[in-house]
Write a protein that binds this ligand. Structure first.
Ligand SMILES: *Cc1c(COP(=O)(O)O)cnc(C)c1O
Length: 405
């Protein structure tokens, strides 16, 4: 018996055996390099999703792959029951980059969020004096923090939470971008506020300029921890290393993931203050794979690439060029509601739910792989290493399709 060869055969096999929790485009990828991927038939596409911003450094960045291979030849897992010689150097690099004294390594983005929420609750009880079992967390509409029961309890998107009730209690949700509503929702039992500085899955929703500074003021004045989920926005995507830099708003905790490994391995972390991350004591939180030496070696290389190749600066420059083009060609096109972007985090929103049909056309006719979100919005998140010439050519192919809607 031979294995599947064509895209159609691969899709049949995957659809037969994989639970149906995604609706992938009918493209079967077999290779990637830099900003490009190839399907099993050898067709080349520009990757316009970058693994939801995990591949900021591009596919198979040679330096990250070399770190992976080198470390795989020495030591891959110790568990945190023992020290390893890679975690300390990685976390010291990460803390220096983020400007925090402590970090806690995990694996997936949602685990970083879980870790941050656990830290805020525990801080609320131990430091703020919230009565036992009463801690509240303030979150915002349109959020996406992952898929665990905690994360979907934060969500107001029925496709995330419906059928998985009961939800985790102690959650208060207020409109994103409305600082007055947030101030009104903060009470004596509020331990923390959690939000994305720019909402990714909601379709690249950018708050008003005074929002994050005001949220910071409210949290400081009311003694509430502020956690920013930068799993998608962090590590260069928005044109700064961290999106909070756009508004000069330093959180108490930041969740990182995705590009922390450049797309080769699941790595996440929470960075934070001594006051917040200091709440954990031996045995009160953990992860078998968190902080493993393979992850640490890969994470170190991924951070080195971001800094040394000046990828945040590159994202800012390419993003300006791309956003200008998108505005010039799509503003005023009847089906288009809005063009938005910050750095290389770009989106086109339509009046009608045409986004899934459009991403199919972009793949087939423009050789660009994008992802629709919430029915009406197309996100465009190319790797930050994309050469300007390739980006401009991709836009040339995409724009006629995007304009027609
Ligand atoms: C992707 C994402 C997560 C979840 O990350 P996983 O690695 O899929 O668990 C959390 N928060 C934000 C903002 C994200 O974009």
């Amino acid at each position: 018996m031979t294995g599947p060869r064509s895209s159609a055969e691969h899709i049949l096999l995957a659809e037969r055996f994989c639970a149906r929790n995604y609706l992938p485009l009918p493209v079967v990828l077999a290779r990637g390099e830099g900003c490009f991927v190839w399907d099993v038939e050898g067709n080349r596409y520009l990757d316009g999703l970058s693994g939801y911003s995990a591949l900021n450094q591009g596919h198979r960045h040679p330096r990250i792959v070399a770190a992976l291979v080198e470390q795989a030849g020495r030591l891959t897992l110790t568990s945190r029951a023992f020290h390893n010689d890679r975690m300390g150097p990685f976390l010291s690099r990460l803390c220096a980059l983020a400007g925090f004294p402590l970090a806690l390594p995990m694996n997936t983005g949602v685990e970083a969020v879980e870790t941050a929420v656990k830290a805020m609750r525990r801080w609320g009880y131990e430091q703020k004096g919230i009565p036992a079992g009463r801690a509240e967390l303030v979150v915002v509409t349109g959020n996406f923090h992952g898929r665990t029961l905690l994360a979907i309890s934060l969500s107001d998107d029925p496709s995330s939470y419906a059928g998985y009730e009961p939800q985790v209690p102690g959650i208060v949700r207020v409109p994103f971008g409305d600082a007055a509503a947030l101030a009104a929702a903060v009470g004596p039992h509020t331990a923390g506020v959690l939000l994305e500085p720019v909402q990714g899955e909601a379709g690249v929703v950018i708050p008003p300029d005074d929002y994050l500074p005001r949220v910071r003021e409210i949290c400081t004045a009311r003694r509430v921890a502020l956690c920013l989920d930068e799993v998608q926005t962090g590590l260069g995507r928005t044109g700064r290393m961290f999106a909070w830099e756009h508004w000069d708003t330093r959180p108490d905790l930041v969740c990182l993931g995705k590009a922390l490994s450049g797309g080769v391995y699941p790595i996440s972390a929470v960075c934070g203050t001594e006051e917040l991350l200091g709440v954990f004591t031996p045995g009160t939180h953990g992860s078998t794979y968190g902080g493993n030496p393979l992850a640490a070696a890969v994470g170190m290389a991924a951070l080195d690439v971001l800094v040394e190749e000046e990828l945040p600066q590159k994202a800012a420059r390419l993003g300006r060029v791309a956003l200008r083009r998108l505005h010039a060609e799509l503003d005023g096109a009847p089906p288009v509601k809005e063009v938005r972007g910050l750095g290389l985090m770009l989106a086109v929103e339509y009046h009608r739910p045409v986004a899934h049909r459009l991403v199919e056309r972009l793949a087939r006719e423009a050789a660009v792989l994008c992802k629709d979100t919430r029915g009406t919005t197309i996100r465009f998140l190319p790797p930050l290493v994309t050469p300007e010439e390739e980006l401009l050519q991709a836009l040339d192919r995409m724009l006629p399709i995007l304009a027609l809607g």
